[in-house]
Design a protein around this ligand. Structure first.
Ligand code: B12
Ligand code: SF4
Length: 503
């Protein structure tokens, strides 16, 4: 028997989203091979579930999706146990973690194949090749080891996304009630996660999407997105949408078409985009988007420093000035810009690293003055292997190395690295990391925002009052009083780690 398990390891501690990775992979084999979904987010004991399936003797393939952070914590030990207890099973991993870290993944000896990019054709073709004992190196988007050599097969062109098979929502619903994935966020009481495009046309040198998609992007048509969303609304009661695309807004035409279609559904939505792209949108387009329910957009602002923006290869046109002007423009249309900043990039001297951090803190404060509604997300820079980029070259020159052994990713310091909170980067001192994180605490207290919808106005006022002296005088050390209140009132979780700011 050659049944398939599709496993989504636990990716967050609460507020679970539709597991679009295994859902889309499921679509690729739906009707061709018999498969089951196992979702580590909703199973109390996912290993027991996996084991019970494998013990039937009906399974041959274990497909596992892995993004950095929490997912390796189940993906690594479970796949290892499968190899030990069920050695006949073929283990296949896909997603950003194995595609970028394929060396340590395949050297582990318990992952047989890594899907390098979209699995929509690669996965069914791989299964077929293994079953018919054909040469797997003819399957595109694959990495595996033959003897001691890594075989990387060519990348397939991105497919026309409208020709991909229908997502098997009903099948997922038969394993896990879909309502369980429709969480309460400030977008709606039942927020659906939808993924409408693959890749991204840009090549930012710090971004994990770049080595995999190499500046390619393809999106579903507005009509198809609308059809799927309408189905989620009518069938399961979804009333808000989070678009999980890396870059939803690449095409103004598609965004406007979608806005015109979704308008009558009265749903609030959110997605990720680029400042320089959306800044080129016309006023009419932005007005239609707002009327159609686009309430907030996530942008990688990254830094106000033009030299660093250039080093980050942000596409050439983004500048500190533009970031500020754009925050003001969004205010006019009542669309909240959610700006994410990456602080702590390498520089020639420790003094320069600290100066860059200080300048970015001042820049973020200016943004808040221009448009206080702007949501601010702060990351500590942690490298991804964008080989060939100027930034990655600089990073490796400092002596930085990724783990060689797959299980080393389970050490707390490396999982924190992936959460971009405690990076093992030689150029960042504890003092620098503390400054970044403490500033984040103070600014969140000074400006409670629309997504802090759980706070009463008294609580917001108290946080503002307590943080104002610190904020005005740039004194961020030891903000324990603010941390305690945020923890107590908000059960504050770092949205950039556990979930999006729309929560
Ligand atoms: C949803 C999501 C989350 C959610 C998870 C939802 C939940 N509540 O459980 C949350 C918010 C928790 C999250 C958090 C994090 N995330 Co996240 N997340 C995503 C996001 C937006 C969507 C994933 C998705 O559903 N994609 C849709 C599917 C269809 O695409 P896909 O996964 O690429 O799948 C295709 C292929 O990769 C392949 N494939 C994938 N898996 C498999 C498996 C098999 C068996 C096969 C055959 C093929 C295959 O085939 C699929 C179909 O073609 C992605 C960005 C993105 N657009 O993908 C980031 C992304 C994966 N996250 C990322 C990161 C870094 C994180 C964090 C680690 C850090 C952070 N601060 O953001 C945290 C830590 C999480 C944690 N708690 O451990 C990065 C990974 C980059 C990297 N360095 O590798 C991404 C790419 C965002 C980005 N552009 O930086 N995330
Ligand atoms: S625009 Fe965003 S998704 Fe695209 S390469 Fe840059 S950081 Fe990555």
């Amino acid at each position: 028997m050659s049944k398939v398990i599709l496993f989504n390891p636990r990716s967050a501690n609460s507020k679970h989203r539709i597991p679009n990775s295994i859902l889309q992979v499921g679509a690729s084999i739906n009707g061709k091979y018999d498969f089951v979904f196992v979702d580590g987010n909703l199973e109390k004991d996912p290993w027991a579930k996996i084991k019970s399936y494998l013990s039937t003797g009906n399974f041959k393939f274990f497909g596992c999706t892995v993004m950095p952070g929490l997912q390796p914590k189940q993906a690594i030990p479970f796949t290892k146990k499968i190899r030990e207890e069920f050695p006949e099973i073929i283990n296949i991993w896909g997603g950003y973690f194995p595609a970028n870290q394929y060396k340590s993944v395949l050297d582990s000896g318990f992952v047989d194949y890594v899907i390098n990019g979209p699995g929509d054709e690669a996965f069914p073709q791989l299964i077929e090749a293994i079953k018919s004992k054909a040469d797997t190196s003819l399957v595109k988007n694959l990495i595996f080891k033959r003897a001691s050599e890594f075989i990387k097969t060519p990348k397939a062109d991105l497919f026309d996304q409208d020709t991909l098979p229908q997502l098997p929502y009903e099948k997922l619903n038969s394993f896990y009630p879909l309502e369980k994935y429709l969480g309460k966020t400030f977008l709606g009481t039942k927020t659906a996660a939808y993924h409408s495009s693959m890749g991204c046309p840009f090549t930012c040198s710090f971004c994990a999407v770049v080595p995999i998609y190499e500046a390619r992007w393809k999106g579903k048509s507005a009509t198809l997105i609308y059809k799927d969303i309408k189905y989620l609304k009518d069938k399961f009661g979804a009333n808000g949408i989070e678009f999980h695309d890396n870059n939803f807004f690449v095409s103004e035409k598609r965004t406007v078409e979608f806005s015109n279609l979704i308008k009558i559904e009265n749903m609030i939505w959110w997605g990720e985009g680029r400042i320089d792209t959306i800044n080129k949108y016309s006023d009419e387009s932005l007005t239609v988007m707002r009327e159609a329910g686009c309430r907030m957009i996530f942008f990688g602002a990254e830094t106000g420093n033009d030299a660093i923006l250039k080093q980050m290869d942000k596409g050439g046109t983004q500048s500190g000035e533009q970031i500020k002007k754009f925050a003001a423009r969004m205010k006019k249309f009542d669309i909240i810009p959610e700006y994410s900043f990456v602080l702590g990039l390498p520089a020639e001297t420790p003094e320069k690293v600290m100066r860059q951090i200080d300048e970015d803190i001042q820049f973020i404060k200016q943004i808040k003055e221009i448009n206080p509604d702007t949501e601010i997300i702060i990351y500590v820079y942690s490298p991804v292997p964008t080989e060939g980029s100027e930034l990655y070259k600089k990073v490796t020159e400092t002596g930085f190395k990724f783990p060689i052994k797959l299980e080393d990713w389970l050490n707390p310091q490396w999982s924190n690295f992936d959460l971009r909170k405690n990076p093992l980067t030689p150029w960042l001192s504890a003092e620098m990391v503390d400054k970044i994180l403490n500033f984040e605490t103070v600014i969140n207290a000074q400006y409670p925002t629309v997504s802090d919808f759980k706070l009463t106005s008294f609580q917001k006022k108290t946080l503002r009052f307590l943080s104002s002296l610190r904020y005005k005088s740039d004194f961020y050390n030891f903000p324990y009083e603010l941390k305690a209140l945020q923890k107590f009132w908000l059960k504050y979780r770092r949205p950039e780690v556990e979930g999006f700011y729309t929560e």
